[in-house]
Design a protein. Structure first.
Length: 346
């Protein structure tokens, strides 16, 4: 029998590299795995919503969709809120900082998460995901502040995601490699299935919503044309519309995921704090790279919790090629985006 490594054991093994660690950080990661199991249990029953709802008239199908988002949000917040671990939390489902009751004192970490990304896919049984990341509190006061949250991605301590797909997987990094675990639903444990994930050198796929192609800046259009028949040969197109799944496929098989800017939205769609930073950190730890089209996502100084970024992530050379073509062709977009970034400073 192969040596079985559960996610709990793996997190503890990683923590041994930090002899002064108190165990709080370990507990946070272990509870993210617990949250993933609880959310997986509900998402796999999502199709039963109308049946369950029919038996309970207060619980119609449409409501349940929304409830799944809120359920996931609540599970993650409540596992962390009264444990003295976090000084602040941010969720895509809520505006502003989530109140952390001081029952056990405030902690030294900041948790950011998107509880169910791609949730419009729930009602058609397509994979969805959870994204999370952890920063360390750095301000001196007792309580967590917006400054503690608005840190550059390069200062992240950990990031991960969960995919609720044909199987449930959790992938995480604490800055020394990327590790993937698959949930064995019978024993209820995440087992190490993908040790030390590295993005393959040869890209296979690109993922982008082509419906927006006419509104992309010229450089992006050139770039996508190249992907369809450039020096790498044509890449295959795969787009689920569920970023965690699109990202995961391309991480394991090589390629690029993009949500480019367009004439309607020079800032794109992806949220810097709860989506882009985490995936950029994971990509970089797996040998890849993420950019907003101009610079490394991890170097962007955030100014606003709701800040959005154009997002190009995957094989380094592909993302850098996108940057080069944008520099060459898209001055108008660069100006519009820089104005957007300046406005974020408020
Ligand atoms: P959400 O956080 O509201 O679910 O939106 C994010 C999702 C990503 O998962 C996905 O890549 C993207 O939105 C799809 O957007 P579009 O339908 O415009 O292609
Ligand atoms: Mg999202």
């Amino acid at each position: 029998m192969h040596r079985l490594i559960t996610i709990e054991r793996h997190i503890q093994m990683q923590q041994r590299e930090f002899p002064h660690a108190t165990g709080t950080f370990t507990a946070m990661l272990q509870d993210m795995a617990l949250a993933a199991k609880l959310i997986a249990r509900e998402t796999t029953r999502a199709g039963l919503g109308n049946i369950l709802g029919a038996a309970d008239s207060d619980n119609p199908f449409g409501e349940r969709q929304q409830k799944l988002d809120l359920f996931a949000d609540e599970v993650i917040a409540s596992l962390n809120s009264e444990a003295g671990r976090v000084c602040a939390m941010v969720s895509e489902e809520r505006s502003g900082l989530i109140d952390v009751p001081p029952t056990y004192g405030t902690g030294k970490y900041v948790l950011l998460y998107d509880p169910l990304d791609g949730s419009s896919n729930i009602d058609v049984n397509v994979s969805i995901g959870t994204i999370f990341s952890i920063h360390r509190k750095y301000t001196r006061g007792e309580n967590g502040t917006l400054d503690d949250v608005l840190q550059e991605g390069m200062r992240l301590l950990a990031a991960g995601y969960v995919i609720y797909g044909s199987s449930t997987m959790m992938v995480y990094t604490t800055g020394s490699g990327v590790y993937g675990f698959t949930l064995d639903p019978v024993i209820g444990e995440f087992i190490l299935s993908h040790p030390n994930i590295r993005i393959p050198d040869k890209p296979r796929y690109y993922s982008v919503n082509h419906a927006n192609a006419r509104r992309w800046p010229e450089g992006v259009q050139h770039f996508v044309n190249e992907l369809q028949g450039g020096q790498h040969g044509a890449l295959q197109l795969r787009y689920i519309g569920s970023m965690v799944s699109d990202f995961h496929r391309n991480l394991l098989q090589g390629g690029i995921f993009m949500y480019p800017p367009d004439t309607h939205r020079p800032e794109g769609k992806i949220r810097l704090m709860v989506e882009a930073q985490a995936l950029a950190f994971i990509a970089e730890q797996a040998g890849g790279y993420a950019s907003d089209g101009l610079r490394d996502i991890l170097t962007i100084r955030p100014h606003n919790l709701q800040q959005r970024v154009p997002f190009f992530v995957g094989n380094r050379e592909l993302v850098q090629r996108a940057e080069a073509l944008i520099q060459q062709h898209d001055h108008e977009w660069i100006n519009a985006y820089q104005t957007y970034c300046q406005n974020q400073r408020g």
